[in-house]
Design a protein around this ligand. Structure first.
Ligand SMILES: Cc1cc2nc3c(=O)[nH]c(=O)nc-3n(C[C@H](O)[C@H](O)[C@H](O)COP(=O)(O)OP(=O)(O)OC[C@H]3O[C@@H](n4cnc5c(N)ncnc54)[C@H](O)[C@@H]3O)c2cc1C
Length: 411
């Protein structure tokens, strides 16, 4: 019996970390050699810390003690197309340890690989998986290492290989639908001014870039992650050039130009895709399962995917433990212990976010909603905590919640 994880981003590292905790030997491969960059907004919200704390309850303290790699962030800013600005403290400034951070992915992903436990994990980087083939009682993984092609047989393969997953492409061909697929670019700047003192992550719904948003996240060491994105469908309809839009906005927009006056662009502006969780591929089959971006688990409204990648890695590890106990690696075991559990724990959240996607094309409704929600404590509390508190998420299914919210909207 051999377990092979393909990809050592958040999804793959999480699977490996939890398998090691269960003392289950496995192999983890990545074509990259760490430290390596990954195009991302670099925002680590509660979901990330929630999933990591299941592995090590002290992880937030370890991150907080590493200010060169992790910057605590205690809230968010939303700027709507009518140029109203809503600042919301998501955390108590009195609490010494925050549950949200920003961290360049080159640092965060390296931090994750440092948590891998070589007593149980056979860690192999610089290994590019080039083919996946179903064979009797397993899957053959063909890979290239140091220019040589080799292969190994796995009883179970975990596809944690991101958006362009070879595991997904080969085993569950799944057409990418531009209504369920985001596109975004990221730039690093140094010297951006005007951040909230508690390092709030900023989302700007500027009228010049509708439908879509610009984000500005402060980072450790005086950097900022600045990005712009929308659904692929809208990007191609409008023949958008994100790079030009971003450069023009930071130079000319009245809310931004002062803040970027002395800022310098560091490195090049790069883009990547976001497979949204509003349409999921089959999550598993005989001898394999998919996690993270390979399973299209990105939140359809916020574009967050790291938390769900880590969480799916945890669920995958627990399913593998059950499969080993049953000595069964077929589709039926994953369906019961992985797919169904994942739908139960993450499905509601993804559906709610998908519903909020209707706002993409309705900036005026967003302006109205934001103004009212900001004053409506029940709604604000629900929106802010729905991703980290199951009891809060359940409010969405209660008719009384809507009665109270509508009442609060008008009175
Ligand atoms: C512009 C942008 C901004 C984003 N901002 C945020 C944000 O602020 N917060 C947030 O939570 N999420 C954000 N996301 C989403 C987040 O980046 C992803 O959801 C997350 O990286 C998914 O993790 P993963 O482990 O599934 O995949 P990845 O992080 O993509 O890791 C996949 C790994 O697999 C390896 N791999 C791929 N193919 C092979 C192969 N053939 N052989 C061997 N190894 C292979 C890769 O080298 C890589 O290390 C953003 C995404 C984009 C594009």
């Amino acid at each position: 019996m051999s377990i092979v994880i393909i990809g050592a981003g958040p999804a793959g590292c999480s699977t490996s970390m939890f398998l090691s905790k269960m003392e289950i030997p496995h192999i983890i491969l990545d074509k990259a050699v760490f430290p390596r960059d990954k195009i991302c907004g670099d925002g680590l919200t509660h979901k990330v810390i929630y999933a990591l704390k299941k592995w090590n309850p002290e992880i937030d303290k370890i991150m907080a003690a590493d200010p060169k790699r992790f910057l605590p962030s205690r809230g968010g800013v939303l700027v709507t197309t009518d140029r109203n600005r809503y600042e919301v403290a998501i955390e108590d400034p009195e609490n010494p340890i925050t549950e949200m951070f920003t961290s360049k992915r080159i640092d965060f992903d390296t931090f994750l690989t440092e948590q891998l436990d070589s007593r149980y994990a056979d860690i192999r980087f610089g290994v590019d998986v080039t083919a996946i083939t179903k064979v009797s009682q397993g899957i053959e993984v063909q890979y290239k290492q140091n220019g040589e092609t080799q292969s190994m047989k796995a009883s179970v393969v975990i596809g944690a290989d991101g958006d362009r997953s070879i595991v997904q492409k080969t085993l569950v061909p799944f057409e990418k639908d531009p209504m369920h697929y985001g596109g975004a670019i990221r730039a690093y700047y140094k010297g951006v001014t005007g951040f909230n003192k508690d390092n709030y992550m900023e989302f700007h719904l500027l009228k010049e870039i509708q439908p879509g948003y610009l984000w500005i996240f402060p980072l450790p060491n005086g950097y900022a992650n600045v990005g712009l994105g929308t659904l692929k469908k809208y990007a191609s309809e409008g023949k958008r050039n994100f790079r030009e839009e971003l450069l023009s906005l930071v130079k000319n927009h009245p809310d931004l130009k002062e803040r970027f006056k002395d800022a310098t662009l560091e490195g090049k502006i790069s883009g990547w895709s976001l497979p949204m969780g509003s349409k999921l591929p089959p999550l598993s089959g005989d001898h394999f399962l998919l996690t993270g971006d390979a399973a299209c688990l990105i939140d359809p409204i916020s574009g967050e995917g790291i938390g769900n990648a880590l969480y799916s890695g945890w669920l995958a590890a627990e399913a593998i433990q059950k499969a080993i106990a049953a000595n069964d690696f077929t589709a039926a075991i994953w369906k019961k212990h992985y797919d169904e559990r994942l739908y139960r724990t993450m499905g509601g959240d993804l559906k709610i976010s998908h519903f909020f996607q209707v706002f993409y094309k309705m900036p005026r409704l967003v302006n109205f909603f934001a103004k009212r929600a900001y004053k409506n404590h029940l709604l604000l509390d629900t929106l802010l905590r729905m991703n980290r508190d199951d009891a809060v998420q359940k409010r969405f299914y209660s008719p009384f919640f809507y009665v109270k919210v509508i009442w609060g909207f008008f009175f």
